[in-house]
Design a protein around this ligand. Structure first.
Ligand SMILES: [Zn+2]
Ligand SMILES: [Zn+2]
Length: 238
């Protein structure tokens, strides 16, 4: 199993949170934790670092990101995108997003997209660029946007989290996405799946996401794991 999207802080030392997983991909959300991701990856071989600036954390100097993207250890850029929840500076979010999309093109790295209440706007921007690949992490665009995303140039994936175990309607979304375009993630420490809902999430709980997808597909856990892990390896070249 591979958790393709988690956040662990620099004080991380509880190895039981990742034990048994082939890999844990750490998403960045600002410059500081992107640097931490790179450091944690030096300490723990299972950890694969990603660097990026989250649309709700657009205070850091975006120009500092390129140095981290250039680091050969960083396997992708993100999480970046748009989140139109509450009072936000949409223009500034777009500037940060486009800058990261351009870095992805320049350094040929996949993108981890965070799109909340802004999936259409993100798709519109992505449609302007070529030679990109990535994942719509914690996909929340419903059934009607799947085709639009699959039609984008490049290879696009859909990430599902612990909320798949309890959110009504998400099962139907999973059913119509091609199997070879689905990834499992936790977004630890948030989005804890059943049966641990209400507690802090951890990467090992990604197995409940795999199990839920296996149930939806009517497939064995082993076969499901094989398909989803192959997807993660293909996208992130790991
Ligand atoms: Zn996110
Ligand atoms: Zn995240």
């Amino acid at each position: 199993m591979i958790d393709t999207h988690a956040h662990l802080d620099s004080t991380f030392c509880d190895i039981s949170r990742v034990v048994g997983l082939k890999a844990v991909i750490l998403a960045g959300s600002n410059i500081e934790n992107s640097k931490n991701n790179l450091l944690l990856a030096k300490k723990y071989s299972q950890i694969l670092p990603v660097v990026g600036i989250h649309p709700q954390e657009i205070n850091d100097d975006i120009n500092l990101l390129e140095e981290l993207v250039k680091n050969p250890d960083s396997i992708a850029i993100g999480e970046c995108g748009l989140e139109f929840v509450g009072e936000v500076d949409k223009e500034r979010q777009e500037i940060y997003f486009r800058k990261q999309v351009e870095l992805a093109q320049k350094y040929r790295k996949p993108l981890i997209i965070h799109a909340r209440k802004a999936v259409d706007e993100v798709i519109e921007i992505m449609a302007e660029y070529k030679n990109l690949s990535g994942v719509f992490h914690c996909y929340s665009g419903g059934k009607k946007r799947i085709k639009k995303i699959l039609d984008l140039l490049g290879e696009w994936y859909f990430g599902f989290d612990g909320n798949l175990t309890y959110e009504v309607g998400l099962e139907e979304v999973v059913k119509i996405i091609p199997r070879e375009r689905i990834l499992a993630e936790t977004d630890s420490p948030l989005l804890t799946p059943e049966p641990f809902r209400g507690q802090e999430n951890r990467p090992v709980y990604v197995k409940y996401v795999y199990q839920k997808i296996a149930d939806i597909w009517g497939e064995s856990f082993e076969k499901t794991e094989e398909i989803i892990d192959a997807n993660a390896k293909r996208l992130f070249k790991i």
